[in-house]
Design a protein around this ligand. Structure first.
Ligand SMILES: Nc1nc2c(ncn2[C@@H]2O[C@H](COP(=O)(O)OP(=O)(O)OP(=O)(O)O)[C@@H](O)[C@H]2O)c(=O)[nH]1
Ligand SMILES: [Mg+2]
Length: 698
């Protein structure tokens, strides 16, 4: 498993200062980052949203700052890939300063990290964020007292309302006019302090920009990942530097003789921070009693055994119902509009004397497919994404993970997989990257390999179209039936995820599931306006752009395949003929299989390709009204074909982007191949079975 590559910081001017934004997960780092840099890092109400470093720029009082948004972490002792990314950037990549963002509603836990960062970075500013929530919960904080005790500036902020950000920049600027702090933020038990004193003279000459005291303390307990980072940034493996390794060996022997196990050492190192954080908070934090009663009531409703699952299903169906019924009208409107425009365009091209073959290529090969993609995909996405994002912002997704935790655990997988699975609904590539929040390599692999069992937004439009056209029927209840069927498909996807996870942990990825405490973030009223803008701009248009960009060349390829003849048949006909027997055995046909294959670059274009292949040479423009249904049924589609296509859409190989991401995350061709083969095998099996069943019954 590879952590992300070290980030190259791009300064705009030599005098720019590099500032890291550190903090526990879900405290608003990305929100602060976005507000200061004007960028749009994804924020969301769940821990682990950011898994890799991102940088942005801002100017304050004529001074440039490069801000680096690093993944949330609880400590720099680095237990997981994101924590490693965070630690490496803070400790080895020499930022000029760090802003540690804290959650005002649970300051003590956050101070643990503040102290660790203070040990590793010479200039630190503390931003106590979420002050608005603390106020609502009746928590009061004495920030001047905290600042005095810590010896670094402490600023209260409410980043979502852009409150206190100027004061934060002021404080940041201020720290650069003072000499760097040299007082250590914590004192360790005597035996550790003595060991540090002995190591310091050996470490100081080789530490480079790294804080020597921090390095000494970590060396006592260095694991492989830390040593690798030291080799990378300092060119030094402590176990191979002769004097240092001798001193370390001697120290370890002495500690062992004194009965101090590595585990005790580790515990003592960590406990020093916890104790100091406790002391710092005394008198600084005053909490009102019963502050989070509302959240506890909501939690009981959303996560209890009796109501958790039914509510989850109802919400899912509600979202789908709104999406399906809401999208019908604008879809029809758009496709009508595009059709008229196409006629005008085509006659324009004729009038300009463009050759017939080129008109055919432009209109039938490119224009029709692109506008079809837009008309069919835009409306449902413009409804689905904002709704989904609202739930995410409100804090519901972690409750889904909590509900599913037991299911995943029973399959010997990690409960956090429920979260990465939810990310897969947006984009499987993002879901696969998100698996970095899972600490155990075994469980992370399981999550990566099974992520494709939930449909990404590239596949939703196909599912929605086919269910509406072939399976939901007409009439008043069609919308409801469609929503129920779609929810059923999703449930099947989740079920297959669980089944595949179980199969993997019984075979190639054996092991015991690790336990973890899933953090439930507070419920937050979603910011409706921003959610809509974000989900329309970031998600809808991005997906649509990808679809259009990959559909255009696909249209060209299809057109060429359909028009180049070798030995009497077109290339397209040849390919389709080759795939036809397999396609038919799976309840589909050669064209459909060819569509799935050619859509490897982006799932969005499967159905457009199928349409193009069916209509190659005829042109869609002559068709009326429900063109899609007419084309498909005139090529022999019935409801059973639709079911097979739905099954195979849910379960087949991941798109090229996702496969590349799997390869990047696992660094292994073997696992990438399995990520390809696993869903494909399941999909083929499901299609064969369904086809046999229909043969036997119908
Ligand atoms: N009420 C309130 N909400 C905030 C504030 N700052 C951030 N949020 C919300 O808190 C949630 C988490 O914010 P992010 O910026 O994604 O947090 P993060 O620290 O980057 O999280 P990770 O990347 O997961 O570590 C989002 O829903 C934000 O809108 C604030 O000052 N007040
Ligand atoms: Mg973030």
């Amino acid at each position: 498993m590879t952590a992300s590559l070290p980030l190259t910081v791009n300064k705009r001017a030599d005098s720019d200062r590099v500032v890291a934004l550190a903090g526990n997960p879900n405290v608003g780092k990305s929100t602060i980052f976005n507000a200061l840099t004007g960028m749009r890092q994804h924020t969301g109400n769940w821990p682990g949203k950011t898994v890799a470093n991102a940088q942005g720029w801002c100017t304050y009082r004529d001074r440039g700052y490069v801000l680096v948004d690093i993944p949330g972490c609880y400590s720099l002792f680095a237990h997981s890939a994101e924590e490693e990314v965070a630690r490496d950037f803070l400790c080895f990549d020499r930022p000029d300063a760090a802003v540690v963002v804290c959650d005002a509603t649970c300051l003590e836990r956050n101070l643990n990290l503040v102290l660790q960062v203070m040990e590793a970075v010479p200039r630190v500013v503390v931003a106590v964020n979420l002050m608005d929530e603390a106020r609502k919960k009746g928590v009061t904080l004495d920030l001047p007292l905290l600042s005095q005790r810590l010896g670094v500036p402490v600023v209260g902020t409410a980043a979502r309302d852009k409150d206190g950000l100027d004061a934060l920049l002021d404080a940041l600027e201020g720290t650069f006019s003072l000499p760097p702090r040299d007082q250590p933020p914590v004192t360790y038990p005597g035996y550790i302090e003595k060991a540090i004193d002995r190591l310091l003279p050996l470490v100081e000459p080789v530490a480079g920009p790294v804080q020597p005291r921090w390095l000494c303390a970590r060396l006592l307990d260095a694991d492989r990942s830390l040593r690798a980072s030291m080799v990378r940034s300092l060119g030094l493996d402590p176990e191979e530097a002769p004097q240092l390794s001798e001193a370390l060996t001697a120290l370890r022997r002495e500690l062992a003789e004194a009965g101090i196990t590595p585990q005790k050492l580790r515990d003592d190192l960590a406990a020093a921070f916890v104790r100091r954080a406790e002391g710092l908070c005394r008198g600084v934090v005053k909490a009102a009693e019963n502050a989070d009663r509302r959240d506890r009531l909501l939690d009981r409703f959303f996560t209890s055994k009796a109501t958790g699952f039914p509510i989850m299903l109802l919400l899912l169906m509600g979202i789908f119902w709104l999406t399906i019924t809401g999208a019908n009208y604008p879809s029809a409107l758009l496709s009508d509009l595009f059709q008229r425009l196409g006629v005008v365009l085509e006659s324009g091209l004729w009038a300009m004397g463009v050759p017939a073959a080129l008109v055919d290529l432009l209109i039938n090969g490119v224009y029709l497919v692109m506008t079809w993609v837009i008309a069919v995909m835009l409306p449902p996405m413009a409804i689905f994404f904002p709704l989904f994002t609202l739930l995410e912002d409100f804090g519901y997704l972690p409750r889904v993970a909590f509900n599913l935790d037991r299911c995943f655990h029973r399959c010997d997988a990690c409960g956090k997989q429920a979260l990465t699975m939810c990310m897969g609904f947006g984009c499987n590539a993002a879901g696969v990257t998100g698996c970095r929040i899972i600490d155990s390599p075994r469980e992370r692999l399981i999550a990566i390999l099974t992520n494709n069992f939930v449909p990404c937004n590239g596949r939703f439009p196909i599912l929605i179209s086919l269910i509406t056209l072939f399976l939901a029927g007409a009439g008043a209840l069609a919308g409801l039936k469609g929503a129920a069927l779609l929810a059923g498909v999703i449930v099947l996807g989740v079920f297959m995820t669980l089944l595949a996870s179980k199969a993997l942990s019984r075979t190639v990825l054996k092991g015991v599931p690790s336990s973890f405490t899933l953090e439930l973030p507070p419920y937050r009223p979603p910011q409706v306006g921003k959610v809509i803008v974000r989900s329309v701009v970031d998600r809808t248009l991005k997906v649509l752009g990808r679809a259009v960009i990959s559909a255009a060349p696909a249209g060209l390829i299809i057109w060429v395949l359909a028009n180049v003849t070798v030995g009497g048949t077109t290339l397209l006909a040849g390919l389709i003929g080759l795939l036809d027997p397999l396609g038919r055995a799976m309840g589909m046909d050669g064209v459909i299989l060819a569509g799935f294959l050619l859509a490897l670059p982006a799932n969005e274009i499967t159905l457009p390709i199928i349409l193009m292949a069916y209509t190659a040479g005829t042109g869609l423009l002559e068709l009326e009204g429900a063109a899609l249904f007419t084309v498909l049924s005139s090529h022999g589609w019935t409801w059973t074909t639709a079911v097979s296509v739905v099954l195979f859409t849910l379960m087949h190989w991941p798109c090229a982007t996702t496969l590349l991401t799997v390869h990047k995350e696992t660094g292994s061709l073997k696992w990438t191949a399995l990520a390809f083969a696993l869903p494909t095998a399941c999909g083929m099996a499901a299609c064969f079975l369904f086809h046999l069943l229909t043969l036997a019954i119908l």
